[in-house]
Design a protein around this ligand. Structure first.
Ligand code: ADP
Length: 571
């Protein structure tokens, strides 16, 4: 992510905000000089109305300009954070799954939500404060030099020491802040880990263990947070001590000089006022530098996340050849990580445009990986996968995925009506298309039996429908997109024999319109399929029909007699 580019887009607001801030500061800076004039007017017995009116006007201008400055800078900051979050979420959604899976999800959350907020403060208000506070400090110093450069020299020595200490502290704040951001990210990840598996945590009676682990992570974050606060808190007193020492010196020496007549009382008053004026911008300047340093740590983390590897989309569209094979694997090999055994190894097969193909194999054989390679969630290390005759690497991802429909094992449904669930991937589907898909999934009777038909509300996760009905509804949803290839991970949960039979008939019907590639957990699916791919240890071991494989393939025979018959066999 190009942060500079994002900030540059707000240059108008930031520039205008800084200009108004500077004007407000200029208005404030002239006040001590005018008060000096007021004192002289009183001493000379002249009218005090004009200087008082001018001072009041400048106070008002200062207040108004300050408010407008804060608004514009705040607005620019919000725009910056919006831009960062938009870029980040888009890049995360288009990230390669392999890169995404390497990250801790809680850390992603912290970076996207809270680091972007810190970055906003750094890039908007801290920078603006550095500009205005810097300008005020320079202005005060210039005015003080003009009034009496000798006294300024004394002040400068005290303030110089203070500034050096302030800058060193600001740098230390940054280092501590980086550590604190990391610790907060780890806490977020830990929390997400526990909450996303809360039922497992409870069932394992691990609440106390998780609570202790999270407490440790929270403690670590607190310790590094306290360190940031301690260093930040030191900034103010260090600056204050410097200015107070300068004040004491200036008052003592200044009074002595007014006594000898070397310095006018009005000048001393103005000088002391400037010194007072200098204190708060100087403190603000160092605080803003500290905040900016904290923000830089956050910006680095946000930028690093935005650099996540992106999915690569091809350009070549599929020529409209209806008879081309639905999917072909040509010597495809893929390993999840370097130096690990491939999850899919040298697999080649070709499936025609229509039909039903069952994939069977023991748990961990590589069946799910095969599906994920077709969807291009992962990229093969070797070999080519073609959909309708076109290399998937050369196809635009959106076209590839629109030609494939994926029905996952647990067929997740959402709260809402049956219709909303059906049209989720295809919101513009017409009533006749919906009815057609419902018919193909053998759901017409089921839906007719619901109290409000298609408009019946489903509970959380699709409660109100049986397991088999839920999976058929997920299939109907997939069919609405008119895929060339339906990837179906058969539900392992036990289905009653009616549901199972209905599902089997539905799959057979759909196989006449497109190719259905189903990970089979039940023998009946394999028996009914046109062909079966037997996968073992990432390799395609055998291909054939149930009868052929029962005769020739020992693995299939073993699976068919044991695993496939047992409902709930692992995938
Ligand atoms: P199946 O679906 O046949 O049970 P998978 O395709 O899920 O098998 O897994 C094949 C192999 O790849 C297994 O050895 C599994 O441990 C490994 N594997 C699966 N997913 C990942 C992953 N995200 N990272 C690393 N290894 C994985």
């Amino acid at each position: 992510m190009n942060i500079r580019h994002i900030v540059r887009r707000q240059r108008l607001l930031l520039g205008l905000g800084a200009l108004l801030g500077l004007s407000g500061t200029a208005a404030a800076l002239t006040q001590p000089l005018l008060i000096g004039d007021l004192i002289e007017a009183v001493a000379a017995d002249k009218s005090v109305a004009p200087p008082i009116a001018l001072i009041a006007g400048l106070f008002a201008a200062n207040a108004l300009l300050g408010a407008a400055h804060a608004y514009l800078i705040g607005r620019a900051g919000e725009n910056i954070v919006l831009d960062m979050r938009r870029t980040l979420t888009r890049r995360l959604l288009h990230a390669q799954l392999r890169a995404f899976n390497r990250l801790e999800h809680g850390d992603i959350f912290t970076r996207t939500v809270s680091d972007t907020s810190l970055a906003r403060v750094a890039l908007s208000s801290s920078v603006a404060q550095m500009i205005t506070a810097g300008f005020t400090s320079v202005g005060c110093i210039a005015a003080m030099a003009w009034i009496d450069w000798r006294m300024l020299l004394v002040t400068a020595v005290c303030l110089g020491i203070t500034s050096a200490a302030g800058l060193a502290l600001a740098r230390a704040v940054r280092t501590a802040a980086v550590m604190n951001r990391e610790d907060t990210g780890h806490f977020g990840s830990g929390l997400l880990r526990a909450l996303s598996a809360l039922t497992t945590v409870k069932a394992s009676r691990a609440e106390q263990r998780e609570a202790d682990r999270l407490q440790d992570l929270a403690d670590t974050a607190r310790t590094s947070g306290v360190r940031v606060t301690r260093l930040s808190a030191l900034l103010v007193p260090v600056t204050n001590v410097g200015t107070q020492v300068s004040l004491a010196v200036v008052i003592a020496w200044g009074m002595a000089r007014t006594a000898t007549g070397a310095l006018a009382i009005a000048d001393l008053t103005a000088f002391i006022m400037y010194l007072f004026y200098l204190v708060s911008p100087l403190v603000m300047l160092f605080m803003a530098i500290g905040e900016f340093q904290q923000g830089r740590a956050a910006i680095d983390r946000v930028s690093a996340l935005a650099d996540i590897d992106q999915e690569v989309s091809g350009q070549r569209s599929v020529p409209g050849d209806d008879m081309a094979p639905a999917v072909e694997f040509d010597q495809v090999t893929f390993a999840y990580a370097e130096n690990t055994a491939p999850a899919v190894s040298g697999v080649s097969f070709s499936l025609p445009a229509a039909g039903v193909t069952a994939v069977v194999g023991p748990s961990g054989a590589g069946k799910t990986t095969l599906f994920q390679l077709i969807e291009r969630f992962h990229i093969p290390d070797q070999g080519t996968i073609r959909v309708r005759g076109t290399d998937t690497a050369a196809m635009p991802l959106s076209e590839l995925r629109s030609r494939i429909a994926l029905v996952e094992q647990d067929a997740p449904l959402m709260r809402g009506t049956v219709r909303e669930n059906l049209t989720y991937a295809c919101p513009d589907a017409s009533q006749s298309e919906i009815l057609d898909a419902v018919e193909a999934a053998h759901l017409t009777g089921v839906i007719a039996g619901l109290p409000h038909g298609l408009d019946t509300e489903l509970g959380e996760g699709g409660t109100g429908l049986s397991g088999g009905q839920r999976q058929r509804l997920a299939i109907a949803r997939a069919l609405l997109t008119r895929p060339d290839l339906l990837l179906l991970d058969e539900a392992t949960a036990h289905l009653d024999s009616d549901s199972e039979a209905a599902l089997r008939v539905a799959i057979g019907d759909i196989g006449t319109r497109c190719q259905v590639l189903a990970i089979a957990h039940r023998i009946s699916t394999a028996v009914a399929a046109d062909r079966i791919l037997v996968i073992e240890d990432g390799c395609l071991r055998a291909t054939g029909t149930h009868t052929e494989l029962m005769e020739h393939d020992a693995t299939y025979r073993r699976l068919a007699s044991r695993q496939l018959t047992a409902a709930g066999a692992g995938s």
